[in-house]
Unconditional design. Structure first.
Lengths: 105, 406
């Protein structure tokens, strides 16, 4: 199973195996990662699943889609070049090992 | 901190309250009493991706089963709480057991409003859309060429209509009010969704009264309408709103009036008993309201946890809601209650549009259709306590982004 690591602003890390095809918001919630909420259940309505993709992974994760790009305007934390809504990132071979930084609450 | 927390109701508010208690380091017992036989799950996909067969059942769960073990949150599944004794601080369960509590949280949600039996509200086979069992009953019937009749043009009925139309059913929606979504939205929003459904072949019949549901082969099979016509259907779904599950609270002597009355701390009339989610009636700008949304279930559920852990600030809701129909995403920021004027704004893409609600000149809510940018701006501006004047909101050539820095 693809691995995903979340790093908190405090430096605290969680690494988990995520079933391929699951999105990384639901993976965060399942693994009790603080700071990723996912109010809308991953349907691109809430922006409470905001993360910063680690610079090493940013290219592979790609840019946000059009609607996601608009939703990134409403994130609670500052938007950066590496900002993504994690419900739009799907676990799979391409992102195996990806590192995500959880924004400051 | 220790003690026993009992949460009655196993939905979104219950799960959020339990998770927040643990996240804040609550060290006592947490027990959720859930009438449904499943772990807490998300309801919104029921009338959207789940009933359409596009989302597996396990992925509806708010937290996976392991989480409850790791977090030491006990879920008593498939058993309802049957009585509360506030004086002895005990809850009775339908299977005869009793649980003691130091803090009790009522998160019992709401149930679908029924049509009176006199007009066929008790016919066998009649469907509603509230829980997993309801969606599981409807899903196998969503096959091409079947006929679906939806009674009630609210968001949930319209979402089900959209899924059914997408699967090739012949769909009719009847609405007694002059327009669909009348209770929750202004005319331009109703117009937008009427046109959307009509484009997908759904017959939307508004301002039409239901005389009675009719039976065919001893099952709900259609309706007789006020204009003398009859509609035949293979499936009849009633979506005419919900009623709060407040009977348990009423029987225990708590203050109840269209929901369980709570104060700013989400406390009921009993100091150790709280309520959160669809079942709670809260004060919003000096009026009693109930919010039926995921936002409120999560935030109010979490607020109760904070209060149990010593928080003294009041719950300050930041209402928002969404609905997905066909390829349209509706996002609503704020609450349009008491609006006295509306303005429309065209979005930057085809089919994108927003409807802005004002009360005495003050912006109070926005419905955004396929316009996430406008939604995002409106939500932030409302949260900052600011108001974009109607002249600006209504002029699509004016960029609203600068308001984010206001
Ligand atoms: C089909 C559908 C689509 C929706 N779509 C959206 C949407 O797109 N966006 C949005 O924001 N909101 C949506 N909602 C609303 C949202 O799901 C609810 O507001 C939310 O689920 C409320 O959470 P709750 O915990 O208060 O209640 P519920 O989720 O209803 O949970 C209450 C639970 O308590 C149980 N219970 C009741 N009495 C007892 C008892 N005595 N003992 C034990 N258990 C008991 C019930 O069986 C139920 O499982 C939708 C709702 C439905 C039904
Ligand atoms: S979970 Fe709501 S936008 Fe990602």
């Amino acid at each position: 199973m693809p691995k995903v690591t979340w790093i908190q602003p405090s430096g605290e890390k969680v690494t988990a195996d995520v079933p391929a095809g699951h999105n990384l918001m639901e993976a965060a919630v399942a693994n009790n990662v603080p700071g990723v909420i996912g109010e809308c259940g991953g349907c691109l309505s809430c922006a409470t699943c905001h993360v910063y993709v680690d610079a090493e992974w940013s290219d592979r994760a790609g840019p946000p889609g059009e609607m996601e790009n608009d939703m990134l305007e409403v994130t609670a934390a500052e938007r950066r070049g590496t900002s993504r809504l994690s419900c739009q990132l799907i676990a799979g071979d391409a992102l195996d090992g990806i590192v995500l930084h959880v924004p400051q609450a | 901190m220790g003690g026993d927390v009992v949460i009655i109701g196993g939905g979104q508010a219950a799960a959020s309250c339990a998770a927040k208690l643990r996240a804040l380091g609550y060290g006592g017992t947490v027990t959720i009493v859930a009438a449904e036989p499943v772990l807490p799950y998300q309801r919104p996909p029921l009338s959207k991706k789940y009933v359409a067969g596009e989302l597996e059942r396990e992925r509806l769960l708010i937290r996976p089963a392991d989480w409850y073990v790791e977090q030491n949150v006990k879920v008593e599944r498939g058993v309802a709480a049957s009585a509360i004794d506030p004086a002895r601080r005990r809850v009775s369960l339908a299977d005869g057991r009793t649980l003691s509590y130091d803090s009790l949280v009522l998160a019992t949600g709401a149930r679908p409003r029924q049509l009176p039996a006199a007009i066929g509200g008790d016919l066998p086979g009649l469907l509603t859309m509230r829980d997993l069992a309801d969606a599981d009953r409807l899903a196998p019937d969503l096959k091409p060429a079947r006929r679906l009749l939806v009674v009630g043009g609210g968001y949930i009925g319209l979402e089900a209509a959209a899924v059914a139309a997408g699967k090739g059913l012949t769909v009719t929606v009847i609405e007694a009010a002059p327009r669909i979504l009348q209770r929750v939205a202004a005319t331009p929003t109703s117009d937008y969704f009427r046109a959307l459904h009509q484009r997908h072949g759904v017959d939307i019949r508004e301002g039409i009264s239901l005389v009675r549901l009719i039976a065919r082969d001893d099952r709900a099979g259609g309706a007789e309408l006020g204009d003398g016509t009859t509609i035949e259907a293979d499936i009849v779904l009633v979506g005419i709103g919900v009623l709060p599950n407040d009977d348990l609270a009423r029987a225990a002597g708590l203050g109840v009036e269209n929901g369980i009355l709570v104060d700013g701390s989400c406390r009921t009339s009993e100091a150790r008993i709280y309520a959160a989610g669809d079942c709670a009636s809260l004060l919003w700008q000096n009026e009693r309201i109930r919010l039926e949304s995921v936002q409120n279930a999560i935030d109010q559920g979490e607020h109760v946890a904070k209060v149990i852990m010593g928080e003294t600030a009041d719950y300050d809701p930041r209402p928002w809601f969404w609905s997905d129909q066909y390829d349209v995403k509706l996002q609503i920021a704020g609450l349009n209650r008491g609006y006295d004027s509306v303005i429309q704004r065209a979005g930057s893409r085809t089919g994108s549009q927003s409807v802005w609600y004002y009360r005495q000149g003050q912006m109070i809510a926005v419905d955004a259709m396929n316009d996430a940018l406008t939604y995002s701006i409106a939500k932030k501006v409302l949260e900052m306590g600011h108001s974009i004047p109607p002249e600006q909101a209504g002029d699509a050539s004016i960029d609203l982004k600068p308001w984010l820095k206001a």
